[in-house]
Design a protein around this ligand. Structure first.
Ligand code: NDP
Length: 390
């Protein structure tokens, strides 16, 4: 191991069990240059070190970064081993100048870990959502926190639309009937409804939440949202949105509630027994934002009692979720591992964005404002709009 090189420590999820690379089912992915809000997709200098559409979010994929990092004479360590003091991550952390981690397989950068990471200057999220970093501790230590804002917003929005339909129409249990050889249509449809005419409410209508609202509009749903700042009146008119001044008001009205707000200290456990009690009986709850926005056991109680008809999403706490986590087996769940924002399409963008941010960092040029979460000892860029330190 070289000790003079600057160290980039990268945590990615493990390879597929059947080996790497997988056999790809498609040859190419569409090119997306600009996002719905006008932000350009990542623009690294030179080729990105991978073919768009490849699985680069796992350990062997290395986000396509090895050639770039080593061409600068720096050291790239890639691991999925993040748990416990003997983990590869903890062993390499004290000498790391850059840590790259993913929300899908987070290397939690706690205050304690930050205190041991004396050389750490940049904590980079390959994806969106930097709550796995103690942002207050990072600010105090002068660490820049950045993420690839917007890179997987549509990926998550499409997943939410899929979950709305899957839950309300009782798709998952009905598919299981078919696989098991059954034909009991009554059992398939006794919990199956049309979404048309229902009330859909999102808590958080930022990049993802708004993309969900736009995609659901043609289904003939009544659309609601709440967040601290109202959207542009033109957007409210275009989508016929009803604004609620708080989450309580929204959950009393909605048939389907979607969580699309960031996790920070005051949003932890926003959805708890008291909030479930305010919902209509049979509400559907979808959470692709963060697991800790809801109280784990309150969800189980609500789904078991029928206060909510079903719960679905892809975010848990902690991640990876323990095998005994009750959301894995509770009734009427549409849970998956944390996958909605790491489609192969999303990976092409967040890996290119990771490279763009590294090029700025090592080249001494400014990181795009929209990628910044913490900089110069305080919340910055997107971070100052999305997060609070307390
Ligand atoms: P944005 O920052 O674009 O939007 C978040 C929205 O939440 C903002 O519009 C903000 O509006 C609102 N908000 C913040 N605090 C509150 C609050 N206390 N109450 C109500 N609304 C609030 O983020 P994205 O849409 O890009 O992402 C949202 C979250 O989704 C991320 O933080 C991340 O946790 C998660 N995510 C999950 C992924 C996955 O793979 N499952 C992938 C990508 C992101 P305002 O400031 O006006 O309150």
């Amino acid at each position: 191991m070289r000790t003079s090189a600057r160290r980039v420590l990268c945590v990615l999820y493990p390879d597929p069990v059947a080996g790497y690379p997988p056999k790809y089912v498609r040859n190419a992915i569409p090119e997306i240059d600009v996002y719905a809000n006008g932000q350009t997709a990542p623009t690294p200098q030179g080729p990105p070190g991978f073919q768009p559409g490849q699985l680069v979010g796992c350990v062997s994929g290395e986000l396509g970064l090895r050639h770039y990092v080593e061409s600068l004479g720096h050291e790239l360590i890639v691991t999925s081993d993040v748990d416990g003091p003997d983990s590869v991550f903890d062993r390499y952390l004290p000498e790391a100048e850059v840590v790259i981690s993913q929300p899908f397989w987070p290397a939690y950068l706690t205050e304690e870990r930050i205190s041991r990471a004396k050389k750490l200057k940049l904590a980079l999220t390959a994806g969106v959502g930097s709550d796995h970093v103690d942002l207050g501790a990072a600010a105090q230590a002068g660490i820049t926190v950045a993420e690839v804002t917007g890179s997987n917003s549509v990926s998550v929005a499409e997943h939410v639309v899929m979950l709305v339909l899957a839950l309300v129409r009782n798709y998952l249990p009905s598919h299981a009937f078919s696989e098991l050889g059954g034909w009991n249509i009554a059992e398939c449809v006794e919990r199956s409804y049309d979404v048309e005419g229902m009330h859909f409410g999102t808590i958080g209508a930022g990049r993802i939440g708004l993309a969900v609202l736009r995609r659901l509009k043609p289904f003939g749903l009544h659309l609601h949202y709440t967040q601290r700042h109202r959207l542009d009146p033109a957007i409210e008119d275009e989508l016929a949105l009803t604004f609620h001044s708080d989450a309580e008001s929204l959950v009393r009205t909605a048939d389907i509630v979607n969580l699309q707000l960031p996790l920070y200290p005051s949003t932890e456990y926003l959805i708890n027994d008291a909030m479930f009690a305010k919902m209509k009986r049979g509400t559907y709850l979808i959470n692709t934002a963060r697991g800790k926005l809801v109280e784990r056991d309150a969800v189980v109680r609500a789904v078991q009692s029928g206060q909510i008809a079903a719960y679905a999403g892809d975010v848990w706490f902690p991640e990876p979720a323990p095998t005994g986590h009750p959301w894995r087996t509770m009734p009427f769940n549409g849970m998956t591992p944390h996958m909605s924002g790491t489609t192969l399409s999303a990976q092409a963008r967040y890996a290119a964005g990771t490279l763009e941010i590294l090029q700025c960092y090592f080249g001494g040029t400014p990181i795009r404002e929209e990628y910044l979460i913490v900089d110069g000892g305080r919340l910055a860029g997107t971070g100052s709009q999305s997060y609070q330190l307390t």
